[in-house]
Write a protein that binds this ligand. Sequence first.
Ligand SMILES: [Mg+2]
Length: 234
Amino acid sequence: MNSSRPFAACPEARASIRDMKIWVFTDFDGTVSNPDTIDLLGKIFDRPSERAVMRDRLATGALKPSEWLAWEIGLVDAPLGKVLEFLRDVVVIDPTFPAFAGWCRKMGFPLTILSNGLEEIIRSLLSPFDLGELRLEANHLEEGKVPWKVVFKDGSAWGHDKSAYLKKSRIEGYAPVFVGDGVSDQEAALCAEVLFAKGELASICERIGLEYYPFASFEDVRSVLEKVAGQARP
Ligand SMILES: [Mg+2]
């Protein structure tokens, strides 16, 4: 990847990773997990007529993305334990992710999961795997509430500003790598030194001319980073 990428959202961006250490940030839903757990729960607990109204309000800007997310999560009208049990049966974790996390550890690259989804779900789905120290920043649930009520990390558009972590890592001298698949990953993508995208995020990158590496699994991410890392201090 060359150094001519736009960094409109990230004034701290630097031109080269050669003198920087790598910090890997990844989205969770749809990126580490398949499918996206919030989308899946939204479909299961759906209220189609309400959804049509909410979607229109989101499209016109009358509804903030975080309000949409709060609505969708608020559809879940079942105890957390039961839902986690169900999700563990149906959601697949990228089988190459645990090895990728191990490789990051070996290389000395910090690895952080950044999610607008729910910490309770992510911890539950990743609990069978040995991921070492799991750095995870996500929204969470108000304890014991049914229907569910999300507690956002901050007051940003999606309730969790992922790009803030990438900007902070730059200030600390790291070259942030970002891996993602969704609309809510766009700001973080703009701040990444090396970007991996699929799905809607890849479409956005194509539209705005943002360079990215396509990926299908974290094995693809590793193979690109193995080349890039040769230029950077671990
Ligand atoms: Mg996602």
